[in-house]
Ligand binder design. Structure first.
Ligand code: DGJ
Length: 729
């Protein structure tokens, strides 16, 4: 198995199928990081050859040796306050007000299986397919202990990280920072990729060389956010999709986070990922422990594709859970862009009838079915049916939809409350707001204090009552604002800093309760589109609405960025009308369909209002999606072009054995007398392939190196679909 220990040398090596990770406790017990990269078959300590660097501190025991500095050496979990002036992984304030922590090696333990983290989502695995390495460190002058946990999924090239901080002293300590991952890379030039954006334009990759000092991507919005995603890649400057070296990590957490990358005085790189220290603090009483959320790392010497494949597999198979984890998802019709708030039962039934006639599997009723919710100014929190709109309640509506042969899904926004609601009038103290201060509103609404048990019980009871009142197969779990004005009536002044993390623990507890009690109900995550698209939510919801932007051209770019970390099965995607409601742009119906197929396929429009030609296309699109869904969701995904820079968006789904390949995408603009474009696919070079609709037989090598000639394009956003089958299988 992957964990090797040399007890005498206090040397630890984690090997996975293609990678190796090494660290050791030196003679003073300082845990030094040695290596993360390709397998090397030897201890990499020889690289720790350091000069005497002025102004860099040494721990006391190094005596006259000025080359052994904690300010320059690669460290496994660097501490604040003791002379490593780079980014710390951990910072505490002791009872006497001092802030130093000097963690030294105390012991280790190897266990079969993958550790869990109490109250938090984390990678899980069968006992035989994972191992856990625990390293215990102890402060030299206080009884503060840190247990570093490494989960090893050898076959997947995945290493997970989490830390437990224990206060074994008699007085409380205050945690100011507690990272999940710290990774020192003492060699090489690296470029940093993070995924930035905004509402309706999420996860745009941004790649930049590192500059000396600290660069950061973070969220302080209480949600992982549209603006930065909790993930990063560090890559060699020559890294491409298929070649070059890259490290990647994502955070299994849905709240505020902080990723800092530092290029130090010796051109060494440190990456630290964890809770956002600007919004974090935790009082640890005597005998208590704090567990950090999980970070998941991989390394690829084969470019971004391999990195993405490792992440796609671990998220799909070891983070997503439940009945729908690997199952084919229903093709759904969501009424939001079809009606917004302007619907009644009659309108919804008509939409359902049209959808059923064209082969849709499920009708999803979006915002507006409950309380006094005729616009976004009121009603949130009142999770009971608005009988004016839906006379007879949900039961009768759901039965009618089911009689059409479809399942039924329903929208909720559980964490939020409108001031104009019965809930807020009864419990104004349940909203997060600071006494004697006007609260900040976002989309007219306030946020419920999810750290409170009474709030969670109310939400559980209300949602459970609705789920029991009718045959509901799916929930869309929305959250449409960022969180500020942090204050909870339940917490003392010194504990208020804990609220942002307590909020997430509360949300996860509620999701756990609901998914355990209603295992047959699929939850789709959402936050104003993709404002909480992270692995934490994917533990409870196997798919997340990727963006409120349904314009095929923009969506192709959003889904391109999303695909670096997250699997296609996690992407909620719908065909909508043109001109598009977010951009006013017009794209062909087929282009919208192929773009939507890169996810869980659905429609978000009034199918009855389509042209006859479009209506005829719908059953064929659904049939085609269902035919290709196993390949799309279980296959390997390859980005064949960068749609953020070129004139083309193309991506590929390939079966594990490369016997079947599907290429989808679009050419943005067609030029007059345009030469046909040859696109290089990823195939098995020694195999022969047949392209559907083409009489020729081609070697994989020809199509990989010379390329596949795209069909002649016509018009804007011309759709592309190429299906290849390996011959002689
Ligand atoms: C934001 C979501 O992303 C939309 O799809 C829709 O559900 C609205 N909220 C409803 O208010």
């Amino acid at each position: 198995m992957g964990i090797k220990v040399n007890e005498k040398e206090r040397f630890f090596s984690i090997t996975t199928r293609n990678t190796e990770y090494q660290f050791k406790a030196d003679k003073f017990g300082v845990l030094k990081h040695l290596w993360y990269g390709e397998k090397t078959d030897r201890d990499m300590e020889y690289l720790l050859d350091y000069p005497d660097v002025g102004f860099s501190g040494q721990i006391y025991e190094t005596g006259d040796d000025r080359t052994d500095s904690i300010d320059t050496m690669p460290l496994e979990y660097p501490c604040g306050g003791i002379g490593d002036f780079r980014i710390p992984a951990i910072k505490v304030t002791h009872a006497d007000g001092s802030t130093a922590l000097d963690l030294r090696y105390k012991g280790y333990c190897v266990k079969n299986g993958k550790y869990n983290i109490p109250g938090l989502p984390a990678v899980y695995a069968e006992e035989a397919k994972a191992q856990t390495l625990e390293i215990t460190l102890c402060d030299t002058s206080s009884d503060t202990e840190v247990i570093l946990r490494y989960g090893v999924l050898e076959e997947l090239d995945i290493i997970t990280r989490s830390a437990e901080i224990r206060n074994n002293s008699n007085s409380p300590i205050f945690l100011k920072e507690a990272a999940s991952l710290s990774l020192d890379i003492p060699f090489g030039d690296w470029e940093w990729i993070h995924f930035q954006g905004r509402h309706t334009k999420e996860r745009v990759p941004e790649r930049a060389p590192l500059i000396h000092g600290i660069q950061e991507s973070s969220s302080s919005r209480g949600m992982s956010s549209h603006h930065q995603n909790p993930s990063f890649i560090l890559c060699s400057p020559d890294c491409t999709e298929q070649t070059g070296k890259c490290y990647g990590a994502f955070f299994v957490y849905s709240g505020s986070f902080q990723i800092q990358i530092e290029l130090d005085q010796l051109n060494q790189t440190r990456a630290v990922m964890g809770l956002n220290s600007k919004l974090f603090g935790w009082k640890l009483n005597s005998g208590e422990s704090f567990h950090t959320p999980e970070a998941v790392m991989t390394y690829s010497a084969g470019g971004f594709s391999k990195l993405s494949h490792n992440f796609h597999k671990v998220i799909r198979e070891n983070i997503c859970r439940g009945k729908y984890q690997l199952a084919e998802r229903p093709v759904l019709l969501n009424n939001w862009e079809a009606t917004y708030f302007g619907f009644d039962a009659e309108k919804i039934i008509k939409i359902a009838e049209d959808a059923a006639a064209l082969g849709v599997d499920m009708l999803v009723l979006d915002d507006g079915w409950f309380g006094k919710r005729d616009s976004d100014t009121s009603g949130l929190g009142d999770w009971f049916v608005n009988e004016k709109k839906l006379p007879g309640g949900l039961g009768s509506l759901v039965e009618k939809v089911k009689a059409l042969g479809m399942k039924f899904g329903l929208w909720f926004e559980p964490e939020m409350v409108s001031e104009d609601s019965e809930l807020y009038r009864a419990h104004p103290d349940w909203a997060i707001k600071i006494p004697n201060r006007k609260p900040t509103r976002g989309r007219y609404q306030l946020v419920l204090d999810m750290s409170r048990k009474d709030v969670r019980d109310y939400l559980y009871d209300s949602i459970a009552a609705i789920l029991k009142s009718a045959d509901i197969s799916y929930i869309k779990w929305d959250a449409n604002r960022s969180i500020c004005d942090w204050y909870s009536g339940e917490l003392s002044a010194e504990n208020q800093c804990e609220l942002p993390h307590r909020y997430m623990l509360g949300l996860y507890e509620l999701l756990e309760r609901l998914t355990a009690y209603f295992p047959d109900v699929m939850i789709e995550g959402c936050s104003g589109g993709g404002g909480r698209f992270d692995a934490g939510m994917l533990y409870y919801c196997p798919q997340i609405w990727c963006s409120d932007d349904t314009d095929a051209f923009e969506r192709a770019k959003i889904q391109y960025g999303t695909s670096f970390i997250y699997p296609i099965s996690a992407v909620g995607s719908h065909v909508s009308v043109v001109p598009n409601h977010q951009t006013g742009c017009i794209t062909p119906f087929e282009t919208r369909a192929v773009t939507t197929m890169a996810g869980s396929f659905g429609y978000e429009l009034d199918l009855g209002a389509l042209s006859d030609e479009e209506k005829n296309a719908v059953p064929e699109q659904i049939k085609r999606f269902k035919k290709y869904a196993p390949l799309i969701h279980n296959g390997k995904y390859y980005r064949l072009s960068d749609p953020t820079t070129g004139n083309i968006a193309l991506w590929e789904y390939a079966s594990e054995d490369m016997s079947e390949v599907l290429i989808h995408g679009m050419v943005f603009r067609t030029e007059p007398n345009m030469k046909r474009i040859a696109i290089k696919a990823v195939l098995s070079p020694d195999s022969q392939y047949k392209i559907e609709g083409d009489l020729g037989i081609y070697t994989g090598a020809a199509l990989m190196n010379g390329g596949i000639l795209l069909p002649k394009t016509w018009g804007d956003y011309c759709p592309i679909e190429i299906h290849l089958i390996k011959q002689g299988v």
